[in-house]
Design a protein around this ligand. Structure first.
Ligand code: NAP
Length: 326
C-alpha cells in the first residue's frame, strides 16, 4: 500500500527526532521511518550522556531518545519501526519503499541516517564478530566479566567503551595508533585514572587470532615495527564511524570525504525537496546536541520549502495519511 505525505524523515537519532518535533509542531504530520533494529540511533548504545544541555546530572542515552520520540509523537509525528530499502527522487513525489513492503511518497524528505561503525578491515575481524569482537560495549560488555579486553581507538568512543568495560573486565588495554589521544580531556582523564585501564600507544592491531572465538591479538608498534602478542578474549573496535549514504549515494551529491553534500550551513541537498541532517552531513562536530540542532534546521528548511509549494491533493487511492504498519 502506498501512502502520501508532506514530509517523511528517515532516521531516528537526535537529528531525526528533533526534525520530527519541529515538523510536527508545524502541522506537517511527519512520518519518521525509525529503523527496525536501530531506532533511536547511536545513543541507544550509550550509557551516561553528560553534555546534553538540560540534564545537570546526566541522562542515559536510551532514556534521552525515548523522551525525544515521545515529544515528537505528542505533536503528531508517526514513528514507524521499519527500514527504507529503496529511495527514488522525483520532485513533488519522492518515493520510499521499506523492508516490510510499505511504500511512501512525500513532497519533502529529511535524510538523517547517521553513521555506521568503522571496521579495522583486517582478516578475522568480521568472522569473529559476536565471538569476542564487538562494536558496542553496552550491548556486549556483560559477556566479558573477568576477561582481559582490548579497546581499539583513541577518541571519545574508545575512552567511553574502556571506562564502561572496566566495570566487568579484569583488565582493559586501549590500543591507539598514535601517542596522543583524540578524546576530550575529561574522558581521557577518567580513563587514565582507572587502575584497570592500560594504554598501548603508537600501536595497531596486525592480526586477530581465534577460530570459534577470539584468543588474542598481534600488536604492531607503528614506529619500530616490532610485534607482540596481547592475550585478550574480547576486542571492542571504537575507531569512529562513516556516514550512511549507500541508499542515495547514486542520486545525490556526496562530498569527497563521503558525507552528504548540503548547501552552506543549511540542509538543502542537491535534490529539490530533500534535506540532510545530523552525522550524515557533519564531518566535524558529531555531537548529540549538534545533530539535534541540525535536525531543527532541516525541519525549518523543509517547512519553508513546503510553504512555497501548492499543496497537492493526494490521489484517492493514496489518500491515507497514516502508514499501514504505523
Ligand atoms: P573519532 O573522534 O573520529 O575517533 C576515532 C579514533 O579512532 C581516533 O583516535 C583515530 O585515530 C582512531 N582510528 C580511526 N581509524 C582507525 C583505524 N583504521 N585504525 C586504528 N585507529 C583508527 O571517533 P569517536 O571516538 O567515535 O567519536 C566520534 C564523535 O562522537 C566525536 O566527535 C566525539 O567527540 C563524539 N563522542 C562524544 C562522546 C561524549 O561526549 N560522551 C562519546 C562518544 C563520542 P587518530 O586519533 O589517529 O585519528
Amino acid at each position: 500500500m502506498t501512502t502520501h505525505h508532506r514530509l517523511v524523515i528517515v532516521g531516528s537519532g537526535p537529528a531525526g527526532y528533533t526534525a520530527a518535533i519541529y515538523a510536527a509542531r508545524a502541522n506537517l504530520e511527519p512520518v519518521v521511518i525509525a529503523g527496525s533494529v536501530t531506532a533511536g540511533g547511536e545513543l541507544m548504545n550509550t550509557t551516561d550522556v553528560e553534555n546534553f544541555p538540560g540534564f545537570p546530572e546526566g541522562v542515559q542515552g536510551p532514556d534521552l531518545m525515548e523522551e525525544m520520540r515521545k515529544q515528537a509523537e505528542r505533536f503528531g509525528a508517526t514513528v514507524v519501526y521499519d527500514d527504507v530499502t529503496e529511495l527514488t527522487f522525483e520532485p513533488g513525489a519522492h518515493s520510499l519503499v521499506t523492508g516490510l513492503g510499505s511504500r511512501y511518497t512525500a513532497e519533502a524528505v529529511i535524510l538523517a541516517t547517521g553513521s555506521a561503525y568503522r571496521e579495522l578491515g583486517i582478516p578475522n575481524e568480521k568472522a569473529l564478530s559476536g565471538h569476542g569482537v564487538s562494536w558496542c560495549a553496552t550491548c556486549d560488555g556483560f559477556f566479558f566479566r573477568d576477561h582481559h579486553i582490548a579497546v581499539i581507538g583513541g577518541g571519545d568512543s574508545a575512552m567511553e567503551e574502556a571506562t564502561f568495560l572496566s566495570r566487568f573486565a579484569s583488565k582493559v588495554t586501549v590500543v591507539h595508533r598514535r601517542q596522543e589521544l583524540r578524546a576530550s580531556q575529561t574522558m581521557q582523564d577518567r580513563a587514565k585514572a582507572d587502575p584497570k585501564i592500560e594504554f598501548l600507544f603508537d600501536s595497531e592491531v596486525a592480526e586477530v587470532h581465534g577460530e570459534d572465538s577470539l584468543t588474542g591479538l598481534t600488536i604492531r608498534n607503528v614506529i619500530t615495527g616490532e610485534t607482540s602478542e596481547l592475550p585478550v578474549t574480547g576486542m571492542f573496535v571504537a575507531i569512529g564511524s562513516d556516514p550512511r549514504t549507500s541508499l542515495f549515494a547514486d542520486a545525490l551529491t556526496i562530498r569527497d570525504d563521503g558525507y552528504l553534500h548540503v548547501e552552506g550551513r543549511g540542509s538543502h541537498t542537491s535534490m529539490e525537496g530533500v534535506f540532510g541532517a545530523g552525522d550524515l552531513i557533519d564531518p566535524v562536530y558529531r555531537q548529540a546536541i549538534t545533530s539535534a540542532g541540525s535536525g531543527c534546521s532541516a525541519a525549518l528548511d523543509a517547512e519553508h520549502y513546503l510553504a512555497s509549494r501548492p499543496q497537492a491533493a493526494p490521489a484517492p487511492a493514496e489518500a491515507a495519511t497514516a502508514p499501514a504498519n504505523a
